[in-house]
Design a protein around this ligand. Structure first.
Ligand SMILES: Cc1ncc(C[n+]2csc(CCOP(=O)(O)OP(=O)(O)O)c2C)c(N)n1
Ligand SMILES: [Mg+2]
Length: 560
């Protein structure tokens, strides 16, 4: 065996990242982790260090990287201000069940507990939004604790882990062996579970599948698709998990979130067997916890989830299965198909989805449903679509067709600002695939500074900013609850195209539906990243109704 050499903590850590297969790390540098930056210098041919412009942008990039690759997204930030900024990425990865590791430079151990410059207790700060928070106090324990971080981030319900790194620990030297690369640990469904599932399916008349959650990969999606096909099952995807099932497939019947297709909602309510595979069944997926009865669904209910702690949490089920998604999907595929008297109903549900997909009439000169329909036909199938949070995303989710695993990156946490940095991560991971990023006007300015990162790393992304001059989602809720009393939701915006040009992008503004296609083609041909601002009518607040209709209904309600 080769003799071990002494290394600094920073170098040991960089070497562990290489061993665990990291290709990109996202950071905003800080003086609290100079020795780690120096360690990364030595491995720069294996790990590309991407400097973001705000630690929140770096956090989102790492969370999106985790979603996209199924391997932990790595984020490096400085203490106090860096950590607090980056926390939005940690919270998003937690709610989205995406693997991520946040490394934070910490004050030196001889100053700890004095509230030294930017000192914080990360265990207390991050515990409700991370799977594990720890501090590495000795350089010779870096391999052990980093290995544990990787194992925890990907195992069970995937999620974020936070490790604090005291400055003096990073610059200290130690002679220690590296660990082996981490392995993903997952539960498997038992043979009895699968037999019971099959028996319940065989007895059903109107089964319905809700697909969602974290921990999937392309093979698992393909296996699940084969199971759904063999049993003619209708499949709906939960909020922002639409890419787990090819939306062009005849068994795909729509997405399940607030504002879902009423025909789909009826089918879920009238189902006699609900098979929830992967999702947590949170507020959005259950339409504010109204879609499925609590605690006992009126349908026969099967819940499959990667984390045992999630099962039985809100909903009591006839069958609870704790399993990794790839493990469950492979077992489901291997089941002998049942007779499927519901096959016709699945086709009918698909037809309802196709009707729901047709562009709608909307107020104003620029109709978002037509824009998305154009993109659906025009974008190559491997395009990755990202979005942040706001009502603008409703148009994308309803009218686009995601073609398969990880053609969608959207925060199920509803975090504004995700659309731009997630696109940066996507283009770095898949330079050969087109990446189109959607933001609202409010949403965009939360992380729009990462346009600079896209330019710095030469990432040719198309950014679309849907501008209605307001925090529209909140204005919608305001009109519903406090009609006519607009408070804090108006926005006076910059010229987004000019802003993009200042960053060095190709920038355009579009105000009519007809002008979108030519603007898109110009942007598509541009040598650099590009941004198109889409000015829409504030009245076009959802795909189904207008702002004034919401206000009128609320006033009528209050009057009566
Ligand atoms: C980081 C963050 N801050 C605040 C909110 C609350 N919020 C949800 S949607 C929204 C408005 C979004 O505005 P915009 O991006 O312009 O999209 P629109 O709804 O107008 O289409 C706000 C403020 C949030 N979800 N995330
Ligand atoms: Mg807006």
């Amino acid at each position: 065996m080769a003799k071990l050499e002494a290394r600094t903590g920073g170098r040991i850590l960089a070497d562990q990242l290489v061993i665990h297969g990291v290709r990109h790390a996202f950071c905003v540098p800080g003086e609290s982790y100079l020795a780690l930056l120096d360690g990364l210098y030595d491995v720069r041919d294996r790990i590309e260090l991407v400097s973001a412009r705000q630690d929140g942008g770096a956090g989102f990039m790492a969370a999106a990287y985790g979603k996209l690759t199924g391997t932990p997204g790595i984020c490096l930030v400085t203490r106090g201000p860096g950590a607090t900024n980056a926390s939005i990425g940690v919270h998003t990865a937690y709610q989205d069940s995406d693997p991520m590791i946040l490394f934070i430079g910490q004050v030196a151990s001889d100053q700890a507990e004095r509230e030294a410059f930017q000192e914080m207790d990360y265990r207390r700060m991050f515990w409700p939004m991370a799977k594990w928070v720890a501090q590495i106090d000795r350089a010779d324990r870096i391999p052990e604790l980093v290995s544990r971080a990787f194992h925890l981030a990907v195992s069970g319900r995937p999620g974020p882990v936070v490790l604090a790194l005291p400055e003096d620990m990073q610059s200290a030297t130690a002679t220690v062996a590296d660990t082996a690369r981490y392995q993903r640990v997952a539960a498997h469904p038992g043979a009895e579970d699968m037999n019971k599932l099959r028996a319940m399916l065989a007895q059903a008349q109107r089964p319905f599948v809700m697909l969602g959650g974290g921990g999937w990969n392309a093979k698992a999606c393909a296996d699940f698709q084969a199971f759904a096909e063999a049993n003619a099952l209708p499949v709906g995807c939960t909020y922002r998990c639409q890419d787990l099932f090819d939306n062009r497939h005849p068994n795909y019947v729509g997405d399940i979130a607030v504002g879902l297709n009423p025909a789909l909602e009826r089918r879920i309510r009238e189902a006699d067997l609900l098979l929830a595979v992967g999702p947590r069944l949170g507020e959005w997926t259950t339409v504010n916890y109204t879609l499925i009865d609590i605690p006992r669904p009126k349908q026969k209910f099967i819940h499959v989830h990667t984390g045992a702690e999630e099962l039985g949490r809100v909903y009591q089920a006839d069958l609870l299965i704790n399993s990794g998604m790839p493990e469950f999907a492979a077992a489901a595929r291997a089941l002998a198909p049942v007779r499927a008297p519901w096959a016709e109903a699945t086709l009918a549900s698909r037809a309802e989805y196709e009707t729901w997909q047709k562009p709608v009439v909307a107020p104003g000169a620029l109709n978002m449903s037509e824009v998305i329909a154009f993109l659906r036909g025009r974008l190559p199938p491997d395009t990755i679509i990202t979005n942040g949070a706001g009502n603008f995303s409703l148009w994308v989710h309803r009218f686009y067709q995601y073609t398969g695993f990880r053609t969608q990156l959207g925060p199920t946490s509803g975090a504004m600002g995700y659309g731009v940095p997630s696109a940066v991560a996507a283009k770095l991971v898949h330079p050969g695939r087109p990446v189109v990023s959607f933001s609202g006007d409010g949403d965009f300015l939360m992380c729009g500074q990462e346009l600079a990162t896209a330019m710095q790393y030469d990432l040719k992304i198309l950014f679309l900013v849907v501008n209605n001059g307001m925090y529209g989602t909140i204005r919608m809720h305001q009109e519903r609850e406090y009609p006519g009393r607009v408070s804090g939701t108006e926005l006076k915006n910059p010229d987004f195209a000019a802003l993009a040009r200042a960053y060095g992008l190709h920038g355009e503004t579009v105000e009519t539906t007809a002008d979108f296609a030519p603007a898109f083609e110009r942007a598509w041909q541009a040598k650099t990243a590009s941004l198109i601002e889409l000015r829409i009518d504030p009245e076009a607040i959802t795909t189904r109704t207008t702002l004034s209709a919401i206000r009128a209904a609320a006033l009528k309600n209050k009057g009566g």
